[in-house]
Design a protein around this ligand. Sequence first.
Ligand code: SF4
Length: 421
Amino acid sequence: MKLHAITLGCQMSAADGSETLARLRERGWAAAESPEDADAIFLTTCSVRDHAEQRALSLIGRLREWKAKDPKRFLVVAGCVAERLGQRLAKRFPHVDLVLGSKKAGSYADLVAEAFAVRNSESPKAIRNPAGGDSVVQSLTIMRGCSCACSYCIVPSVRGPELCRPADEILAEARARLAGGARELILLGQRVNAWRDGDRDLAGLLRELDSLPGLARLRFMSPHPALCDERLFAALAGCRTACEWLHLPVQSGSDRLLGLMGRGYTRGQFLDTARRLRAAVRGVVVSTDIIVGFPSETEAEFAETLGLVSELRPATAFCFKYSGREGTPAAELADDVPAAVKEARLAAVNAVVDRHTAQALQEAVGSMVEVLAETPTFGRTRTGFKARWKSPVAAGRLAPLRVTAATRRTLLGDIHEPHDP
Ligand code: SF4
């Protein structure tokens, strides 16, 4: 059985897709390079934004043709769109064989294998091309769902309340990933710093993972700003593998809007968190998320967001126009910021972010930075910047890079001898 995995959406979706593929490979399945080469497609969908959901629906529609070429082909739609629309999805697209909502993410592989066996009444054949869990940088989901109630967010209703994986299971999976060639692990959770296992917290988990042989780098995302504390910052500063990079999603610079969004912090508290982080972790680089055009956002409130971005100086930011998601509390509010105004605000905030990105990249020119080679000529710095060079380095090696120039998003430079075995 050859399975082609397609992911639309966030890193959680991508991790669900690759974890499912890895588990199916243990049962003898293999990855297909393309849909044409595949007996089955596993599509992980995202409904956090309306645009993402529309892309998923359009792709599912187009896969009708793929399925029609061989009715034995097997199409699975998983993830948040599957959770939100459930059997409505199966009704609208009868060529879909299996709909698996995101609340079942922990059992995707078992459910796919069972449904396939029932339909075909034959065991899957082992074939070629290992994929999914083989890259140097791998995501490791440590918790699912979210127990927050941000008013614009559909995650709590499509993924359910927070469910933390036990620490010992996470450590065992991390060891297996490292034995399989991973060098960097990215711990994933919707509110990753809410992770707990008894009296173990994320800071403690970072320290336990830090001592694993073979681990070169450790990141985690996304922490909730209101739960960031000195204990977490100390772990970031003290762990050999913890990278000097933190994604701190702020969403807005206006206290009134942060209240309407239900974010649980004020502008002042957020900026204070960023200040304490920078004081605790030398050279840390921050990225963020911004929503523009939230219902009732005024020009003055948007200006507060621009001001916050200037004060925060994120190296990158994911900025979005608000779009109401059915089933969220914010969808009850009038979506009253005109589309053209949202567009203009998005362009304005992106322009400010771009200036900070350019400045951060330019500041690195002339310095030596450590890169982890993800391919022979591409990798990332500890601070999360993409980097390219010419002399090939084996994937998985840490190497010093002399930065000679920067493009809009990437550092360019020359590699010196790899400095780890
Ligand atoms: S913290 Fe808020 S935005 Fe993040 S997943 Fe939970 S509800 Fe959504």
